[in-house]
Design a protein around this ligand. Sequence first.
Ligand code: RB5
Length: 143
Amino acid sequence: MKVALGSDHGGYEIKEEIKEYLEEAEVEYKDFGTFSTDSVDYPDIAIPVAEAVSKREYDRGILVCGTGIGMSITANKFKGVRAALCHDLFSAKATRAHNDSNVLTMGERVVGKGLALEIVKVWLGTEFDGGRHQRRINKIKEL
Ligand code: RB5
């Protein structure tokens, strides 16, 4: 699995933690920035990450900002991208199983590093259930 990872300044610390985890877990990834806590505009990071997932250059994307909301709004503009804002383990599991979400967004001002990492692990490790859920996704694809 190849993961496209990114954050703005508001999500930088958690992005760095996720990077460490992906390295330990030997998951292939690319860091699309940002590379410091200097202020940047979240769409400048969300756009290349979502584009890479949309073009299937990467299997999944993970985006972190202050709230996770700006990243989610931006990523969901891209064809084939199903970005899910998750701040709890139940949603992280359910959105993989039911929505086949391919981008995870989180807010560093909402969750702590510990929970964020657990969300990443559950989200990366949960398979799509298919079946009736595929039918529902097909309806989104038609839009
Ligand atoms: C940056 O201050 C903040 O607006 C951004 O990280 C994010 O929360 C936007 O949705």
